[in-house]
Design a protein around this ligand. Structure first.
Ligand code: FE2
Ligand code: FE2
Length: 300
């Protein structure tokens, strides 16, 4: 492949939505190693055996999910770079370092606070379907097939389902569990500080995913069938991940959370993004860009 020229020499960087996400990523940079887990460690020691188990269960889904998205992102970055989308690639460089920090944060949380290993026992069938099969398959397909269909399937799997439904529902569980434990006098300041940072990073990731899918749909409205099919195909597995964690505790979830609330929350996240993408197929590229900037996604 011979290069045709350089955007930076020709016209300079465009102040597009992805470039704004890139600037936000630099502004909100944080260091997992700077988080103090002293209080959390003492708090964890006070939990009942069931509460310890449930906390580790939740953390194990996150730490492996973050490992998966770190390992599986690169083929998408390569596709975007090959298409010469400089501003998008600049943003994606921060995206990958964010995911590496999320791995680091949850790894620290598990090793410093709970001091546990061997957590794969918490990965149920639905979790395995998404993180062991569907995600690596959809992302690695891009290595040989950079078509809009393959990109759309990858972005639905990664950004809409894994980040948009599962991660978002997981943060909600952390906040609700922390509230319940606080009533018991148990405080988790380091955990909550880290989860807040992770969630802010993820809001940019999801915003990029919506932008990417909206751009693809705007350029190829017939891709909607692919997007819709993939969303509906993965939804039962995503809801299954949420249900499995509750089903593992038939006596009642020890962190005082109810399954119905979280299934509804997960469905709400799904529907919100589904509606947004449904609109994008009737928008032109300028509208996609304008709407992304106006709704100030990734702001959280
Ligand atoms: Fe992440
Ligand atoms: Fe992410």
């Amino acid at each position: 492949m011979v290069r045709e020229g350089f955007k930076t020499a020709r016209e300079g960087l465009q102040d597009s939505f992805p470039l704004q996400l890139y600037h936000k990523a630099k502004k909100y940079f944080w260091d997992p190693q700077a988080i103090d887990f002293t209080v959390d460690k003492a708090s964890f020691a006070q939990l009942t055996p069931g509460q310890k188990q449930a906390s580790l269960h939740l953390a194990s889904l996150f730490v492996s999910g973050e490992e998966a998205v770190t390992l599986d992102l690169l083929p998408l970055v390569q596709v975007i770079a090959r298409e010469g989308r400089l501003e998008e690639e600049m943003y994606l460089t921060t995206f990958l370092v964010d995911e590496a920090k999320h791995v680091e944060f949850f790894n620290l949380l598990i090793r410093e606070v709970a001091q546990e290993d061997n957590l794969e026992r918490f990965h149920g069938d639905n979790y395995k379907r998404i993180f062991y099969e569907e995600l690596p398959k959809a992302m690695n397909r891009l290595l040989d097939d950079p078509s809009p269909e393959a990109q759309a399937e990858a972005a639905v799997t990664y950004n809409m389902i894994v980040e948009g439904v599962l991660a978002e529902t997981g943060y909600y569980a952390y906040y609700r569990a922390a509230e319940a434990l606080k009533e018991q006098g148990v405080k988790l300041p380091g955990t909550l500080e880290g989860v807040r940072h992770v969630q802010r990073d993820e809001s940019r990731h999801i915003a990029y995913g919506i932008y990417l899918l909206s751009r693809l749909l705007s350029e190829n409205p017939s891709l909607w069938d692919t997007v819709e099919r993939r969303m509906n195909y993965l939804l039962p597995y995503a809801l299954g991940v949420v249900q499995d964690i509750f089903r593992a505790y038939p006596e009642g979830f020890p962190l005082k959370l109810e399954m119905g609330e979280f299934v509804n929350y997960a469905m709400g996240q799904f529907q919100k993004r589904y509606r947004r993408l449904d609109l994008a197929r009737n928008q032109n590229l300028q509208e996609v860009e304008r709407i992304a900037l106006e709704t100030a996604e990734g702001e959280a």
